[in-house]
Design a binder for this molecule. Structure first.
Ligand code: OSB
Ligand code: MG
Length: 425
């Protein structure tokens, strides 16, 4: 697959050039292209006078009921609990982030409880102790901590939101986003029957969404795909297996059979670590494979690209561990000739807004999974709520930070456990 010719150079800095001293979040990302290029952040001066002066970290466990139960190959849910992170600086600016980890360790090893523990014992103290001037270097606060990407992503998002609000600049424009709206698809769970699924597809197409993703699993693959394709011959359609298949011949036949249905892509058929198996499958399929769970850092992306394990990457701020690594994954994948699109983790409005900002980058060539919050929740924690209009989610390029006001009163009223940490005197 050739690189998208419409994709401009993501960061216009020459390799080896120095990080600007200004705290301006529009300051271009230090070198993002090429694994060998030195990372100028490692020489970042700890300029205390320019550092963002934090006065506190708060976190809230919040549950929102789902409007429609969602089932994947591994679980079914009627509400979701996420952790919302609030950073405040001495001037009273506030940045919000969302830790959108599932409650159970079925998508990744993390859970809401591991994230809660991680934020209280490591991330909140680290972010208060760290001196950072631009959000590109905020993640150095937790660079020594292995894994725990969902928890890190919530803090990274809050740092970006805060830094952008301090500069009265939108997150989307700070990242180099250019789209004024991001085309959105929806991700549909495994339904009790094919008729229920067709009703869901019809409902979301009526709402204006232009691309449909179906969750599949062994025994729920050819039949639902054939039914949807039969009803909608021209629909942009793709599937996501969340790693439910292996190289058993029965599974391989089922996956191969999907080649007949003109799918945009098959997402994560095999387990996260099975990069070689993905490469073997890609070699025998016409349909492009897309990786999700397999890629949670740039080294895994590097390996996957070297193996031709897929042709497409689903980029999620949550899975990659924040906005900074997600932007880097975008740059790296596009430079290597892969297509990218923006996925989601059923985020509330805060995490959803971060995904929308990311999806405004020109390299995102395929429709995102970032639908309006109303696909999942009756109530959102941001105002205005995230909405799709005729299948496009507007990008608030002219509003500061995440581009939506956070409904702090609502969050405090809904919160179960809360956490507060102030800097040491
Ligand atoms: O695999 O993309 C996935 C949600 C939770 C966990 C994993 C996945 C998903 C989705 C939903 O597909 C995407 C969204 O609408 O946020
Ligand atoms: Mg997926």
């Amino acid at each position: 697959m050739s690189p998208d010719p419409a994709t401009p150079e993501p960061a216009s800095q020459k390799p080896g050039s120095q990080k600007p001293e200004s705290p301006d979040p529009t300051a271009p990302e230090p070198t993002t292209q090429g694994a060998k290029a030195p990372d100028p952040r490692s020489q970042a001066p700890t300029n205390d006078s320019a550092a963002v002066p934090l006065v506190g970290v708060e976190a809230f466990r919040v549950r929102l009921p789902l409007v429609h139960e969602f089932e994947t190959s591994s679980h079914r849910k009627s509400y979701l609990e996420h952790i919302l992170v609030r950073l405040e600086d001495t001037a009273g600016f506030v940045g919000w982030g969302e830790i959108a980890s599932p409650s159970d360790p079925f998508y990744s090893a993390e859970t809401v409880d591991t994230c809660w523990w991680m934020l209280a014992t490591h991330l909140a103290p680290a972010v208060l102790a760290h001196r950072w001037t631009t959000p590109w270097e905020a993640d150095l606060a937790w660079a020594r901590i292995r894994g725990h990407n969902f928890a890190k992503a919530g803090f990274d998002m809050a740092c970006w939101d805060l830094a952008c609000r301090r500069e009265d600049m939108s997150l989307a424009s700070a990242l180099g986003g250019t789209r004024t709206s991001a085309p959105a698809g929806v991700s549909l769970g495994i339904e009790p029957t094919v008729d229920d699924l067709l009703a869901q597809v019809s409902h979301h197409l009526d709402d204006g969404y232009r691309r449909i993703k179906l969750k599949i699993a062994p025994g729920w693959d050819t039949e639902p795909v054939r039914a949807v394709r039969g009803t909608y011959p021209d629909l942009a359609l793709q599937v996501d297996a969340n790693g439910a298949y292996d190289e058993d011949p029965v599974h391989l036949n089922a996956l191969q059979a999907l080649d007949a249905y003109d799918l945009l892509l098959i997402e994560q058929p095999f387990a996260p670590g099975a990069l070689a198996a993905h490469a073997r499958l890609q070699a025998r399929l016409d349909t492009a494979l897309c990786l999700d769970e397999s890629i949670d850092d740039l080294d895994q992306l590097d390996t996957a690209m070297a193996l031709d394990a897929a042709k497409i990457l689903n980029i999620k701020v949550s899975r990659m561990g924040g906005i900074t690594p997600a932007r880097r994954a975008h740059d790296r994948a596009v430079a290597g000739g892969w297509q990218v699109w923006c996925g989601g983790m059923h985020e509330f409005g805060i995490g959803r807004a971060a995904n929308v900002a990311l999806a405004s980058l020109p390299g995102f060539a395929l429709p995102s999974d970032v639908s309006g919050s109303d696909k999942y929740y009756t109530q959102d924690v941001v105002d205005p709520p995230i909405r799709a209009y005729d299948g496009e989610v507007p990008v608030p390029l002219d509003r500061p930070g995440l581009g939506h006001d956070v409904d702090e009163d609502l969050i405090r009223s809904l919160a179960g456990d809360t956490f507060t940490l102030r800097p040491p005197p």
